[in-house]
Design a protein around this ligand. Structure first.
Ligand code: 5GP
Ligand code: ZN
Length: 141
């Protein structure tokens, strides 16, 4: 629990929310400023700031609930599809520093775009540079 965290306040019941799922480790509720009807946030009930702060068990719990809810949310609002994602860290646009997955229902012709639209300028990388990046990621694990 982090004293000045909005989402911890929701977990504690100090801040009202439209809860759609809860268990001991995960809570899901409607986004207060939805990008579409049914826009849902999935959070660990314990305060963790970013994806990397989740241990394996908590990450699995959050993913399980996300996985279970995507189809449920689509069906509930009769969506054609969903965009599912995390803004992970300041530079990625994370505004609430308590890790949360977005389930955003999508509709044919809704005017939105694919997840590829979130990044800025695309880099031009040679095959060698791509090989190096892949090697660096493998080495970092
Ligand atoms: P972020 O940019 O951090 O990924 O997204 C934070 C999300 O939390 C936003 O979509 C915003 O509308 C939502 N949000 C912020 N404050 C509250 C709140 O008090 N209650 C609910 N239900 N959602 C909130
Ligand atoms: Zn929190």
């Amino acid at each position: 629990m982090s004293a000045d965290c909005i989402f911890c306040g929701i977990v504690d019941g100090e801040i009202p929310s439209r809860t759609v799922y809860e268990d001991d480790t995960v809570l899901a509720f409607l986004d207060a400023n939805p990008l579409a009807p049914g826009h849902t946030l999935v959070i660990p009930t314990d305060h963790r700031e970013t994806f990397q702060d989740l241990d394996d068990d908590l990450a699995a719990d959050v993913f399980d609930v996300l996985h279970g809810l995507v189809g449920t949310v689509e069906a509930a609002v009769d969506a054609d599809a969903t965009t599912v994602g995390f803004n992970n860290g300041d530079a990625a646009g994370q505004e609430v520093p308590h890790v949360h997955g977005h389930i955003i229902p999508r509709f044919e012709g809704d005017g939105g775009g694919p997840i590829h639209g979130v990044a800025g300028r695309r880099p031009t990388l040679s095959d060698e540079e791509l090989d190096d990046v892949a090697a660096d990621i493998r080495a970092e694990r």
